[in-house]
Structures are given as C-alpha cells and as structure tokens.
Design a protein around this ligand. Structure first.
Ligand SMILES: *[C@@H]1O[C@H](CO)[C@@H](O)[C@H](O)[C@H]1NC(C)=O
Ligand SMILES: *[C@@H]1O[C@H](CO)[C@@H](O)[C@H](O)[C@H]1NC(C)=O
Ligand SMILES: *[C@@H]1O[C@H](CO)[C@@H](O)[C@H](O)[C@H]1NC(C)=O
Ligand SMILES: *[C@@H]1O[C@H](CO)[C@@H](O)[C@H](O)[C@H]1NC(C)=O
Ligand SMILES: *[C@@H]1O[C@H](CO)[C@@H](O)[C@H](O)[C@H]1NC(C)=O
Length: 119
C-alpha cells in the first residue's frame, strides 16, 4: 500500500512538472514580507542553440537596512515544458540580493515571470 501511494506521488509530481514547465520556487512567503521586484525575462532572439539571460536583484543603493529575501519565484510562462530552466547563481533566500540565470531548451524561447519577496 505504501509503495502504491509513493508511486502515485511521484507520478503526480512528474505530471505537474510536465504540464507547467520548469517553474521554480525558493523559500516561502512569510507574513509581513512585500514584493521587492517583479520582472518579465524573455529571450526570443533568432535561432541560437541556447539562449540565456541573467536576472539580478540588488537592494537600492544606500538603503539603511536592505530587505532580507524570503521567497523567489520563477514562473515559466511557456506551457508544456518547452520553456527554460531557472537556477540561482549567487545570493538567494536570507540574503539581500539574488542573481538568477535563465536558460532555454535547445532552439526554444523562454518567458519567465520573476518575483522576489522580502522583509
Ligand atoms: C538571448 O540569448 C542569447 C544567447 O545566449 C544572448 O546572446 C542574448 O544576449 C540574449 N538576449 C537577451 C535579451 O537576454
Ligand atoms: C510572456 O508571458 C507573459 C505572461 O504570460 C505574457 O503576458 C507575454 O505576452 C509573454 N511574452 C511573449 C513575448 O511571449
Ligand atoms: C532562512 O532563515 C530561516 C529562519 O532562520 C530558516 O528557517 C530557513 O531555513 C532559511 N532558509 C535558507 C534557504 O537558508
Ligand atoms: C536574513 O535572515 C536570516 C534568518 O533570520 C539571518 O540569518 C540572516 O543573517 C539575514 N540576512 C540579512 C542580510 O539580513
Ligand atoms: C549580496 O549579499 C551578500 C550578503 O548577503 C554580500 O556578501 C554580497 O556582496 C552581495 N552581492 C552584491 C552583488 O551586492
């Protein structure tokens, strides 16, 4: 019984990934946090095998106490998993800045919505 339930969970997770592409999340929202930055990152450039873009969130210059990042969302807007892959290059949750690298699948475009929350 346990094995069946386990297989079902794996199957459902795989289906979700296939339907929604490679959307990713780091950390989670906490009460009192707010949207620090929102960006649409896309790359439609002509057929180069692998397209990539760098997204960087830095706190405003000279801010007295830079907000501490609580959650980062990278939502893939291209359906059926044809979009890209998002990964953290530096910074992240519990830090004041984050750099993400977005990469396409070969000969595909990508279109990501990035949201950074912090408090
Ligand atoms: C799209 O990807 C190509 C190949 O990596 C890169 O040269 C180009 O600068 C990217 N364009 C944008 C808008 O990021
Ligand atoms: C990227 O995705 C957003 C949200 O779904 C959509 O509004 C926008 O038109 C898309 N842009 C391109 C160039 O596909
Ligand atoms: C961030 O800090 C919180 C509170 O100390 C902790 O629960 C969480 O695991 C940390 N997350 C990361 C990715 O370091
Ligand atoms: C962010 O919060 C975590 C957990 O409370 C803490 O360990 C970390 O030092 C904080 N970082 C900054 C840049 O304030
Ligand atoms: C990002 O924040 C860390 C501390 O959380 C700091 O050491 C680093 O220099 C910052 N990077 C940039 C590019 O500001």
């Amino acid at each position: 019984m346990k094995t069946i339930a386990c297989c079902l969970v794996i199957f459902l997770s795989v289906s979700v990934v296939l339907i929604y592409g490679e959307s990713r999340q780091w950390g989670r929202r906490v009460s009192g946090d707010r949207l620090l930055d929102y960006a649409l990152v896309l790359n439609n450039s002509l057929p180069v095998p692998e397209k990539s873009s760098i997204y960087r969130y830095l706190p405003a210059v000279g801010s007295f106490r830079p907000p501490n990042i609580t959650a980062i969302y990278a939502r893939d807007n291209v359906p059926a998993g044809k979009g890209g892959y998002a990964g953290i290059v530096s910074g992240g949750v519990n830090q004041s800045n984050v750099t993400l690298k977005l990469t396409s699948k070969p000969y595909q475009r990508f279109n990501f919505t990035i949201e950074v929350y912090g408090k």
